[in-house]
Design a protein around this ligand. Structure first.
Ligand code: NAD
Length: 282
C-alpha cells in the first residue's frame, strides 16, 4: 500500500488525505473544482500548523505532508495506479454508485475501493463494480487526524483478504479499526443518530431548553459534547439523511425522524455550517 486516491475533499476527504499524507503515503486528492481543492489544502495546512503548535509534528513534517498530496480535478489521471481509493463524496447513493462504477472501470485490478459512507450499504455500492470482493467500508470519524476509531464495514462479498489488508492498513495509521457487518447505520450511527433524534424530541416537546439537555448528557452521562451541539456539528441535514436510511432499512417507526428535525432542515438551519441550528454560531 503506497498510492491512495481520496475522492471528495470536503470535511472528511481533506482529513483522510491529511492522515495518509502524514503517514508517508502518496495521496491524490480529487474533487469537482479547483476552488474546493485549494480550500481543502488550506484547511490541511492550518490543521498541520495546529499540530506544530501542540508540539506533535515539526515544520519539516508539515512540509513533507503537504508534498505528499497532489490535488486534481482529473479523476482518470489519478486512477492510473492506486492501491486504494477512498470515496468521501456527499452522502448520496446515486452519486456514490457512479463513482464506484467509474473507479472500477478505470483503476487496475489490484485496487481496493473503500467508502467513507456514514450509512449507505457497502453491499449495494459493491454491486456497481465487478470487484465486490475488493469493496469495503472505511468509516472515519470527524476530525479524522484526531479520532482513533475506524469502523471497518464488511459487505456481503468483501473477502477476508481485503478485510485483513484494511485492518492492517488502519493500524499502520495509528488508528484502532473495528470490524462490523453491513447493516443500516452500521454500529456508530445506528446508536448515535437515534440518540440525537431523541434529544431533538426533548426540545420539541419542551422537556428542557437545548442548553439544559446538553448539560444533562455532558455531566450526567460523561459525554464530551452534548447531543444537540453534536447534531449541529455533524449537520442536521446529515442527521436527517441517516435517520431516513435507518427507517428505510429497518421499516421500524422508532427510526422516524423527529418533526422538528425535518422543519429545521427545511428552513435551512443545518447547524454549525449555516451558522444556526440548536445554537447560534455567528
Ligand atoms: P462534504 O459535503 O463536506 O464534502 C463532500 C465533497 O464531495 C464536496 O467537496 C463535494 O464537492 C465533493 N463531491 C461531490 N461530487 C463529487 C464528484 N462527483 N467527484 C468528486 N467530488 C465530489 O461532506 P463530508 O461531511 O466530508 O461527508 C463525506 C462522506 O463522509 C459522506 O458519505 C458522509 O456521510 C461521510 N461522513 C461524514 C462525517 C462528518 O462528520 N461530516 C463523518 C463520517 C462520515
Amino acid at each position: 500500500m503506497k498510492n491512495i486516491v481520496v475522492v471528495g475533499c470536503g470535511t472528511m476527504g481533506n482529513g483522510i488525505a491529511h492522515l495518509f499524507a502524514q503517514n508517508n503515503y502518496d495521496v491524490y486528492l480529487n474533487d469537482i473544482s479547483d476552488e474546493y481543492l485549494q480550500k481543502a489544502l488550506k484547511i490541511i495546512s492550518n490543521n498541520l500548523d495546529r499540530q506544530i503548535k501542540k508540539g506533535e509534528i515539526t515544520e519539516e513534517q508539515k512540509n513533507s505532508t503537504l508534498t505528499n498530496i497532489k490535488a486534481t480535478t482529473n479523476l482518470e489521471s489519478a486512477l492510473q495506479n492506486p492501491d486504494l481509493v477512498i470515496e468521501a463524496v456527499s452522502e448520496n447513493i446515486n452519486l456514490k454508485k457512479d463513482i464506484f462504477n467509474k473507479v472500477d472501470k478505470i483503476s487496475p485490478p489490484k485496487t481496493i475501493i473503500a467508502s467513507n459512507t456514514s450509512s449507505i450499504s457497502i453491499t449495494e455500492l459493491a454491486q456497481s463494480t465487478k470487484r465486490a470482493e475488493k469493496v469495503i467500508g472505511m468509516h472515519f470519524m470527524n476530525p479524522v487526524p484526531v479520532i482513533k476509531l475506524i469502523e471497518v464495514i464488511r459487505g456481503k462479498s468483501t473477502s477476508d483478504e481485503t478485510c485483513k489488508i484494511i485492518m492492517d492498513l488502519s493500524k499502520s495509521l495509528n488508528k484502532t479499526p473495528v470490524e462490523v457487518n453491513d447493516f443500516p447505520g452500521f454500529v456508530t450511527n445506528r446508536i448515535l443518530i437515534p440518540m440525537l433524534n431523541e434529544a431533538i424530541y426533548c426540545v420539541m416537546q419542551k422537556v428542557a431548553e437545548p442548553e439544559a439537555i446538553d448539560t444533562v448528557m455532558k455531566l450526567g452521562m460523561n459525554h464530551p459534547m452534548g447531543p444537540l451541539t453534536l447534531a449541529d456539528y455533524i449537520g442536521l441535514d446529515v442527521c436527517l439523511s441517516i435517520m431516513n436510511v435507518l427507517y428505510e432499512g429497518f421499516k421500524d417507526p422508532k427510526y422516524l425522524p423527529c418533526p422538528l428535525l425535518l422543519e429545521m432542515v427545511a428552513n435551512g438551519n443545518l447547524g454549525r455550517k449555516t451558522g444556526k441550528g440548536f445554537f447560534n454560531y455567528n
